[in-house]
Write a protein that binds this ligand. Structure first.
Ligand code: GDP
Length: 202
């Protein structure tokens, strides 16, 4: 049990505006307003939690703004233990873009076996009455794309936010139990040019 990693890097990916910063902020500070985050450019926040008897520190990386600085993808993605693929249930295009985000992450993070990597899918803004993506469609996508766990969340009213992060931790710990190391953890050269990658998504 003591062999478990105590620091886990989790990255939130998805279209701009789906609520990535808000989810991180809600989970770590229990606040909804992200104005300060965006103003000072917070990149990651740490949160200690206990899951199934293991105490871990989650280092949660927010990629908000990275949409504008695509060349920074590699250092942001590298070394992630888990990826939270996020869309907004009131924005169908953000749902359609999930596949591209997943491909992009696997490529730039250099994931050896994407089908085994712990992705968790979040359909955020559950509190918005006009939704464009049904829960059934989202669950079907998760089933057809590797059996990822799916959570409908609201950063605004907190619904399922903690549950989603805890499930991410469970997936990583389960993978460590199986002795699987699917992603390089080497130091990243910030100046390295990425190889030509998949066509840009989103
Ligand atoms: P990001 O670009 O993905 O980091 O998205 P933000 O966290 O900046 O959120 C974009 C906008 O969506 C902001 O106006 C947030 O207040 C709003 N937002 C984020 N999460 C929720 C949510 O769960 N419910 C509602 N109603 N609005 C949200």
């Amino acid at each position: 049990m003591t062999s478990k990693s105590s620091l886990l890097k989790v990255i939130l990916l998805g279209d701009g505006g789906v609520g990535k910063s808000s989810l991180m902020n809600r989970y770590v500070t229990n606040k909804f307003d992200t104005h300060l985050f965006h103003t000072i450019g917070v990149e990651f926040l740490n949160k200690e939690l206990e899951v199934d008897g293991h105490t871990v520190t989650l280092q949660i990386w927010d990629t908000a703004g990275q949409e504008r600085f695509r060349s920074l993808r590699t250092p942001f993605y590298r070394g992630s233990d888990c990826c939270l693929l996020t869309f907004s249930v009131d924005d169908n295009q953000s749902f359609l873009n999930l596949s591209n985000w997943k491909k992009e992450f696997a490529y730039y993070a250099d994931v050896k076996e994407p089908e085994k990597f712990p992705f968790v899918v979040l359909g955020n803004k559950l509190d918005v009455p006009e939704r464009q993506v049904s829960g059934e469609d989202a669950r079907q996508w998760c089933r057809e794309n590797g059996g990822h766990p799916y959570f409908e969340t609201s950063a605004k009213d907190s619904t399922n936010v903690a549950a989603a992060f805890e499930e991410a931790v469970r997936r990583v710990l389960a993978q460590e139990d199986r002795g699987e190391h699917l992603i390089p953890t080497d130091t990243v050269d910030l100046h390295r040019k990425p190889r030509s990658g998949p066509s840009s998504c989103c």
